[in-house]
Write a protein that binds this ligand. Sequence first.
Ligand code: IPM
Ligand code: MN
Length: 355
Amino acid sequence: MSKEYNIAVVPGDGTGPEVVAEGIKVLDSVAKKCNFSIKYKNFSIGGEHYKATGETLTDEVKASLRETDAIFLGAIGHPDVKPGILEKGVLLNLRFDFDQYINLRPVKLYDGVDTPLKGKKPEDIDFVVVRENTEGLYVGAGGTLKYGTPDEVAVQESINTRKGVERCILYAFEYCRKRNMGKKLTLCGKTNVLTYAFDLWERAFYDVSKDYPDIQTDYAHVDAICMWMVKNPEWFDVIVTDNMFGDIITDLGAMIQGGMGIAAGGNINPNGVSMFEPIGGSAPKYTGKQVINPIAAIMAGQLMLETLGEQTASDIIEKAVQKVLKEDIKDVGAGKMGYTTSEVGDLVVDFIDKE
Ligand code: IPM
Ligand code: MN
């Protein structure tokens, strides 16, 4: 019997449902081709659901999500919901509770896609950021004193555990070895100022590196990384970093690879349930207009299949996307593709069906 995957689908808010629909279309076509099947279960989570019920994520929903092989997410975010509620209540809640300790974000410029970096070509922009996804400034440690008074104090601490840092670094070394490109792992930190946190990171990095003599190690401060990502992106193969720096540099990464219409990421628990998403937000003003590029969602599906071990299927999706980006769509930006969201999904599926 062929393999069957149980995938939780969280279309979410805004344009999330539109792009998720295209992702599913593509997943189904490649599954057929590669002899496995996917069963989807839809979950109503996000801003609309919160507005209607006051709930972000119930224990019951989490228990159902735990039964699945992976989560495929569109976008979470609603203009009427105060910032922080959905981010903490849904996204971070899932990342932390499901111990998705890796946020994997490939930065790859495909042929036919414009980069704002003058003179840079696809061979120059092809690296992956491994972002720690459960610790650092994101844990919400700290507090306020004398709130709202002139004497107000706000403390927000970055929590870094040896275990948490080490497992992330270990994943990055393994990923770098498996990727088999430049075989170079760069630690992105700030050892000159954050002398506690990144001292721990640095020691863990060089300790773990002893088991990877085939991987070249490199270190750069986060500010310098931003500079090099613009000036010499070809220097990077895999970058490993903490939660906050990873958040920041991957938005820069998304821009140099052509924008939010392309960038996808995986929130990965190598021993549990992982979650895959286009990096862009819910883009409320475009909702229902069929102008958003579904490639990021399709590539989130590609990353999901790769993580589930369906390498052939994942390669087929990438090849199809490469073809569509190079030969079909005019521009990757919203409303500039020359096709609707759903037509772009069809183009990818057409290529896969003919493969
Ligand atoms: C991301 C987002 C989230 C983050 C927000 C929405 C909490 O920016 O996935 O990068 O900061 O991690
Ligand atoms: Mn971000």
